[in-house]
Design a protein around this ligand. Sequence first.
Ligand code: HEC
Length: 154
Amino acid sequence: MGLQLYEYLEGWANFRIMRKEIIAVLIFGIVACGQKQECKKPRPVNPNGDSELALLMRDMFEESDSLKQLIIEGRLLTGLKKYEDIHSAIPTDPTVKGPVFEAFAEAYINSLKELESSDSSSVFKFNTMVDQCMNCHAEFCPGPKKRIKKLYIR
Ligand code: HEC
């Protein structure tokens, strides 16, 4: 009787321990699955996971938006960032880089230089700069085009 009770209790204890393990395995499985799915997305949600080029682009977007305000208010544009780093920044998709990308990047940087050296027709030159964003995006990264379009000064 004493032994049976002991075996019974031991069996129960084993089951409880196993249950914990089963739950642990299940939780691990769910977490692992979730992470896998995240990897399949084109870009990680985590800011630390974004590519150099993506971060540079966000900066470019912000600066272009500020420039737009300056131009609308008729203020002087000086000391524009030239974003030469666009040539060296590492993209999410390595196949993006190549002569075509370089040509678009150069056209964009030149349009910025044009914009900076203009004291008149800066609205036209600003919109020409936004054209360069759009041209490269049409080729490589159509996603943000809708957002970029809003930069145009109408
Ligand atoms: C020479 C090509 C090129 C030019 C010029 C260019 N882009 Fe991009 N842009 C890209 C590529 C490629 C990506 C994808 C970056 C990545 O995920 O690594 C990108 C990504 C972006 C993103 C998304 C960033 C994010 O949060 O992931 C925005 C916004 C953006 N660009 C805005 C702009 C704006 C505004 C301009 C002009 C001022 C511009 N781009 C000019 C190629 C270009």
